[in-house]
Design a protein around this ligand. Structure first.
Ligand code: HEM
Ligand code: HEM
Length: 258
């Protein structure tokens, strides 16, 4: 899709230099803080952990490397399982920290950005879908996650929990009965037994990999079309928004976001 027809609302210079046309009143871009440090650190911890978990998990499910000699001499599977376990700890802690942060964190990190309980965000779901379907020229203004992205991330966090619960159940199977890890064994019943837990753990990995492809593609697309710094925001914490849109943003408290 060409972004040309979207240029006027989104590509207004922030600080018009000498000779540049003055921005229409209220349409200059303002730098606003959207993601605090916890959101960014948990995002990137989860991304790195998933990469390690997927590579080692694929190997655990299908050990494709053939090393000569007894397993104890090369320890390939053991190494994969150890990396899987340590990454799983980092993943679980980051997911739990992010969920807790949804209740105490900054405005754009809060749970209502994911669950559209407010009427403005419910209307925003329709408006954003219309924008995606080319039925409106500009998306409704939301500084944080747009309501459709928020709902998608809610589903992704649901998948994270499935991975954690099935993973803990699988771990408990081979944990020593004296180990506290053994206590997680009843979790397998949630997945109709160990074999189904393995299968679900495997399939959900592919769902997360599928989401990643879509997510990175749309981050690049949105960065290109909306030109509001969305892609950079997950590194820097900041996006750009038109001053008049900040005022229009549902549930906005413009002063707090600067
Ligand atoms: C997004 C995160 C994760 C991914 C992509 C992932 C991926 C995988 C895959 C593909 C397998 C092999 C399944 C099979 O085909 O048999 C596996 C096994 C396993 N995973 Fe994960 N996993 C993740 C998170 C976790 C977590 C959070 C835990 C623990 C809390 C965990 C613990 C385990 C265990 C214990 C096994 C079984 C190892 C064995 O068979 O001995 N995983 N994982
Ligand atoms: C190079 C890789 C990635 C980039 C550039 C990237 C970029 C981004 C950006 C820009 C946002 C904020 C989007 C918004 O305004 O709504 C975001 C949020 C998010 N991303 Fe990624 N992402 C990457 C990888 C991943 C992966 C692999 C996953 C999980 C499978 C993931 C899951 C999420 C989730 C759940 C959020 C919401 C964060 C929160 O509120 O805590 N991302 N990402």
């Amino acid at each position: 899709m060409s972004s040309a027809h979207l240029v006027p609302p989104f590509a207004v210079p922030t600080h018009a230099g000498a000779g540049a046309p003055a921005a229409a009143a209220g349409t200059e871009l303002v730098r606003i803080k959207v993601w605090d440090l916890v959101v960014r650190i948990t995002h990137w911890t989860i991304v790195v952990a998933i990469a390690l978990l997927a590579v080692t998990g694929i190997y655990i499910g299908h050990p494709f490397l053939l090393a000569p000699g007894a397993a104890g001499t090369h320890f390939v599977m053991g190494t994969m399982k150890a990396v899987h376990s340590y990454s799983a700890i980092a993943f679980t802690l980051a997911v739990l920290a992010r969920i807790a942060w949804a209740f105490v964190g900054s405005r754009h990190a809060r749970w209502w950005n994911f669950v559209p309980v407010h009427r403005e965000r419910q209307r925003g779901v329709i408006g954003t879908l219309k924008f995606y379907l080319f039925l409106r020229l500009a998306p409704p203004p939301f500084a944080g996650h747009n309501p459709v992205a928020g709902l998608t991330y809610l589903a992704v966090f649901g998948l994270y929990l499935v991975m954690i619960l099935s993973g803990l159940g699988l771990y408990a199977m081979s944990a020593n009965v004296a180990s506290p890890m053994h206590w997680f064994r009843p979790l397998l019943a949630l997945f109709w037994g160990a074999q189904n837990a393995r299968w679900i753990h495997h399939v959900v990995m592919w769902m997360l990999i599928g989401f990643t492809v879509h997510h990175v593609y749309s981050a690049l697309l949105v960065a290109n079309v909306e030109k509001n710094g969305t892609l950079d925001s997950i590194f820097s914490g900041y996006k750009w928004m038109r001053r008049d849109e900040i005022a229009q943003e549902p549930l906005a408290d413009a002063k707090k976001t600067r």
